[in-house]
Design a protein around this ligand. Structure first.
Ligand code: PMP
Ligand code: GLN
Length: 381
């Protein structure tokens, strides 16, 4: 693992702390989740929910997740055997890949990609096969070439990782894009691992569609999500995997030796929030929508080339109009000279050259923080 070094998120948050810059790098909100959720967790902690929960997680949360996926997407999961609670989506993704991938197996995924995918594929001694998402010339939305995706699949391909809404591009895959992916999975007998941590954070009425809901996909999809982004509690690290019983059992077999189980009091609080807190999530989505527009306008005024993302916490910005072509140099300069930290997007690419001219900004911050960042960027640019 030496080649992986420290994650870019830790490095950039430290840079923000050292320089006193505004941190629009790592994706975490600067306000807390809903007070009722925090109070629920505190109550469970003081009322004695402090020992190991069952390996699959607290029944209350597994039942709430199954009910939520049934109501929202029409997907039926048995809470006893087809829902598994993990330490954030990160552990869910890791356990899924470690469960599926044998040494030499190939995993198809889209670049730019969330950083943990490559690391867990490496831990499994698998081989990643990236397919590049590119901005469409008319609206800047990132998408893939269907033929390139088909060509990435070989007889060694075991799985495909599908992250929608997508970090860092903000793309939300359409029904047609998902249908193409599903068809390739069925024809080539692949398992899909989906990362849906931003499932509730889509804008302009763009619907999030889970791959598992497509024909023939429920039986070959491990869907991963978590509470961190939905309820603005990224530090809680409560995630979950849903899927067919044999695949979830394989995830459980791996995860019992990774973390065994996840914090029980917070599991119970998240169960309550899934049942009774979704109005708060809708308000949060609307607030984020406005923040997206605020930051996109600020970046455009500062000279970046930007397009509004369809979902997530993030917007990608092209730095070439500002006279730069290397995101890493750019973000270090920006932190010192402008007092704003962003993430160089090249770290999300298997081939760094594809993303050298891009940086990612997070807009999940207070309006006054976004306004101050925009003012600093304008003054500097
Ligand atoms: N996947 C993506 C695409 C993410 O952006 C993140 C960061 N929240 C994660 C997974 C990790 O989620 P968690 O904090 O629940 O482990
Ligand atoms: N998901 C967050 C992001 O993309 C960071 C998570 C982490 O620090 N690993 O910025």
């Amino acid at each position: 693992m030496a080649a992986f070094g420290e994650t870019i998120f830790a490095e950039m948050t430290r840079l923000a702390e050292h320089t006193g810059a505004i941190n629009l790098g790592q994706g975490f909100p600067d306000t807390d989740g809903p007070p009722f959720l925090l109070a629920e967790a505190a109550r469970y902690l003081t009322e004695g929910v402090n020992q190991y929960p069952p390996g699959y997680g607290r029944e209350e949360l597994r039942t709430a997740i199954a009910a939520d996926r049934q109501e929202r997407y029409g997907l039926a999961y048995d809470p006893a055997t087809e829902v598994y609670i993990t330490v954030g989506a990160t552990a869910g993704i890791a356990a899924s890949i470690l469960a599926l991938v044998e040494p030499g197996d190939e995993v198809v995924l889209f670049e730019p990609m969330y950083d943990s995918y490559s690391a867990v594929i490496a831990l499994a001694h698998g081989v990643r096969r990236p397919v590049t998402l590119r901005p469409s010339p008319d609206n800047g939305r990132y998408t893939f070439d269907p033929d390139e995706l088909a060509a990435a699949i070989t007889p060694r391909t075991r799985a495909i990782i599908v992250n929608t809404p997508h970090n860092p591009t903000g793309t939300v895959f359409t029904a047609d894009e998902l249908a193409w992916i599903a068809r390739l999975c069925r024809e080539n007998d692949l398992v899909a691992v989906t990362d849906e941590v931003y499932e509730h954070l889509t804008f302009d009425g763009t619907p999030h569609l889970p791959l598992a809901a497509l024909p023939g996909m429920a039986e070959r999809t491990l869907s991963v999500s978590s509470a961190g982004k939905t309820f603005s509690v990224t530090g809680w690290k409560i995630g979950w995997v849903t899927g067919p019983e044999p695949l979830v059992r394989a995830v459980a077999t791996v995860n019992q030796y990774l973390t065994f189980t996840a914090n029980g009091a917070q599991q119970l609080a998240v169960a309550t929030a899934l049942r009774h807190g979704m109005d708060w999530v809708s308000e949060q989505r609307d607030a984020l929508h406005a923040k997206r527009d605020r930051l996109v306008a600020g970046l455009a005024a500062a000279g970046f080339q930007v397009h509004p993302p369809q979902g997530t916490y993030f917007v990608m910005a092209d730095i070439r109009p500002l006279g730069y072509d290397d995101g890493l140099t750019f973000v270090r300069t920006l932190a010192r000279r402008a007092g704003v930290v962003a993430i160089p997007a090249q770290v999300f690419y298997a081939d760094e050259r594809h993303g050298r001219h891009l940086v990612r900004f997070a807009f999940c911050k207070r309006d006054d923080v976004l306004d101050e960042a925009a003012a600093r960027l304008r003054a500097w640019g």
